[in-house]
Design a protein around this ligand. Structure first.
Ligand code: NAD
Ligand code: UDP
Ligand code: UDP
Length: 327
């Protein structure tokens, strides 16, 4: 790549699920990547294969503390994303979204870097409008168990818009809908990882509620493609832009698909629905189609097959480790 096109890119949360795929893709495009992560939910395993690249640098750092580096672009992904993880230490979750955004925006302002925020469909809360468009303000409980994540992300969006209005920053806000794929944390409690691990282990598949609630799942490769397209839009495009796969499916149906696809003998059992669990979620991606010329291309069954192959490897590695330990 010609030096003029090569950028120094900071990815916060780069050792996580989405971040590790993003680092990989940016390196493949010939950029210099600085991955910053405190390994709260991410792991070195996710980026171990990148450590030998001369264009890749890893820094252990918590984004709630200031960070002084020189970069051209910032992708701000640092934040636990699954309900189990973000509710484990809710105060830290809000701090990561809010203080993390302030620090990364302060950094972007000082070095005049373009900055991308990984926001979420959770800003719509338990949506009363379906499918969700960017213009919808949402229906969020400000004091419930999910609020640390939802309100933290909403406040981060406010900060991004105010740094734009007040300081003229070049910002890009992505509202990410449920995304799945290899390198999801096997015990993050998210529906795809839970069902996969349960199906492969022959354990009962735990559907919460009656399983009639819906989500729309996007494969990770499609999502990362959209991130980079959004970052590369003209300066006047700030978002928020919905990114996700509009294909909507109920939790009972995805349980059945995963059982069938993995050839599992697991039975499906029903467990109580967690508090404030959103009822329906489906992105309206008209804006993404128009502004990014993007739409997901990976069909659910294909994405689930690739994800199952990853979880099989994880289980085999765990079995090998425990067999070694008993020697
Ligand atoms: P993840 O938990 O795998 O990745 C988050 C990464 O951030 C981890 O590596 C973690 O160690 C790191 N991190 C957490 N707190 C930090 C801190 N204070 N300082 C530095 N690093 C910190 O989750 P993910 O699914 O890869 O999500 C990445 C981003 O995308 C998050 O901001 C999340 O809110 C957003 N998002 C994800 C989804 C999804 O379906 N995966 C949906 C909506 C939004
Ligand atoms: N900051 C940072 N890296 C930088 C510049 C700023 O981490 O390169 C942090 C700094 O801690 C500051 C925050 O970003 O508190 C917001 O910076 P800004 O310049 O907007 O505000 P101020 O410094 O006036 O509080
Ligand atoms: N869910 C489920 N069984 C599980 C884990 C999750 O039925 O073992 C449901 C959960 O109640 C929610 C949906 O699956 O309705 C998606 O949950 P996830 O935690 O993956 O994401 P989010 O609720 O943040 O969209």
């Amino acid at each position: 790549m010609k030096e003029a096109f090569r950028k120094r890119i900071l990815v916060t949360g780069g050792a996580g699920f989405l971040g590790s795929h993003l680092c990989e893709r940016l390196l493949a495009q010939g950029h210099d990547v600085l991955c910053v992560d405190n390994f709260y939910t991410g792991t070195k395993d996710n980026i171990a294969h990148l450590l030998d690249s001369p264009n890749f640098e890893l820094m252990r750092h918590d984004v709630t503390f200031p960070l002084y580096v020189e970069v051209d672009e910032i992708y701000n992904l640092a934040c636990p994303a699954s309900p189990v993880h973000y509710q484990h230490d809710p105060v830290q979750t809000t701090k990561t979204s809010v203080h993390g955004a302030i620090n990364m925006l302060g950094l972007a302002k000082r070095v005049k870097a373009k900055i991308f925020q990984a926001s979420t469909s959770e800003v719509y809360g338990d949506a009363r409008v379906h499918p969700q468009q960017e213009a919808y303000w949402g229906n969020v409980n400000p004091i419930g168990p999910r609020s640390c994540y939802d309100e933290g992300k909403r406040c981060a969006e406010t900060l991004f818009m105010d740094y734009r209005r007040q300081h003229g920053l070049n910002i890009k806000i992505a509202r990410i809908f449920n995304t799945y794929g290899p390198r999801m944390h096997p015990s993050d409690g998210r529906v795809v990882s839970n069902f996969m691990m349960q199906a492969l282990a022959g354990e009962a598949i735990t559907v919460y509620g009656e399983g009639t609630q819906t989500r729309s799942f996007c494969y990770v490769d499609d999502m990362v493609d959209a991130f980079i397209r959004l970052m590369n839009t003209p300066d006047e495009v700030t978002g928020p832009v919905n990114l996700g796969n509009p294909h909507e499916i109920s939790m009972l149906e995805i349980a059945q698909r995963i059982v069938a696809l993995t050839g599992s003998k697991s039975e499906i059992v029903f467990r109580p629905l967690p508090m404030d669990d959103p009822w329906h979620r489906q992105p309206d991606i008209t804006q993404a189609r128009k502004l990014l010329d993007w739409q997901p291309v990976t069909v659910l069954d294909e994405g689930l097959r690739r994800t199952a192959a990853y979880f099989r490897q994880i289980i085999e590695a765990q079995e090998t480790r425990s067999a070694m330990a008993t020697l």
